[in-house]
Design a protein around this ligand. Structure first.
Ligand code: URA
Ligand code: URA
Length: 201
């Protein structure tokens, strides 16, 4: 912590929970994206600790998430759980959300206007949770959060800043399912983050 770093929000846990609940309720009624609001089953707001120090940012809900209303519950989510376990973290220690809160039909890539429509909700979640670290999972998260055109390969291995948070970019768990050789890179990225947090793995 440097002299110039702004302090963590002192907002009590129950106030954060209430603010997240109100925002989530707005999201559940959102019709900003005409197509997504008609094709979704459930909105997928976010889950986890409202006081989390680490926020994991994915791309968009898939079929399982659309059915259950919770992020990262399908195959990619199972792998994310294993990554968290390796870092000695539980899902309840961290906060997990996505660039989009509705599933794009056929899991297509989020359109720029969809990401823009959903941005207010993401900003709200980041402001309320006020994490010390944000982990961008995959290029859609990194591109949208950091407004960067670089590939994950080029964004890895250093910290970016987003407001008060330090941002780490790594591969998406769905990418790891197709390219298991990249798992060692994600492990290196998580060790890099946890070391900065004061935890040696
Ligand atoms: N992939 C994502 O990016 N987010 C989810 O919630 C699930 C799969
Ligand atoms: N390309 C992506 O979109 N995501 C990754 O995680 C890696 C490559």
């Amino acid at each position: 912590t440097t002299l110039f770093e702004s302090p963590r929000s002192a907002m009590p846990r129950d106030v954060r929970e209430e603010k997240l609940r109100i925002l989530s309720n707005r999201v559940s009624q959102c019709t900003r994206c005409a197509e997504l609001s008609q094709t979704r089953t459930k909105t997928v707001f976010g889950v986890g600790n409202p006081e989390a120090r680490i926020l994991f940012l994915g791309e968009a809900p898939g079929a399982d998430e659309d059915r259950q209303g919770e992020p990262f519950v399908g195959a990619a989510g199972q792998l994310l759980n294993r990554i968290l376990e390796a870092c000695k973290l539980n899902r309840s220690d961290v906060y997990i959300c996505n660039i989009l809160r509705c599933r794009p039909p056929g899991n297509r890539t989020p359109a720029p206007d969809e990401a823009a429509n959903c941005r207010e909700y993401l900003e709200g979640q980041i402001e309320i949770v006020d994490p010390d670290y944000i982990v961008c999972l995959g290029s859609v998260a990194a591109k949208n959060l950091l407004a960067s055109m670089e590939s994950i390969g080029k964004l890895r291995g250093r910290f970016f800043n987003y407001g008060r948070a330090k941002v780490v970019c790594t591969y998406h768990p769905a990418y790891l399912l197709r390219n298991p050789a990249a798992k060692k890179d994600v492990w290196a990225d998580m060790k890099y983050l946890m070391h900065d947090l004061g935890v040696e793995l």
